[in-house]
Design a protein around this ligand. Structure first.
Ligand SMILES: [Zn+2]
Length: 72
């Protein structure tokens, strides 16, 4: 009977630990992606924006169409 109890506790620990490991692994995978978002500077006003949201013209980045137009 005691052995059965140990097996049940062992299984519970295994389930909990594997769940925690999977969770922390997911957090490690998703965290760098958010941080690796490249920031660029608007060549007109100097504000920092994500490269994916910036407007690019040649080597220059802009925060808005207005600033892109004003620069050229
Ligand atoms: Zn700007």
């Amino acid at each position: 009977m005691r052995i059965l109890l140990l097996i049940v506790i062992g299984l519970l620990l295994y389930v909990i630990i594997s769940h925690l490991v999977r969770k922390s692994r997911l957090e490690k995978l998703s965290a760098p992606n958010q941080r690796s978002q490249k920031m660029v500077k608007c060549s007109h006003c100097g504000i920092h924006i994500a490269e994916t949201e910036a407007l690019k013209k040649g080597e220059h980045f802009f925060c808005s169409q207005q600033h892109l137009d004003d620069f050229s």
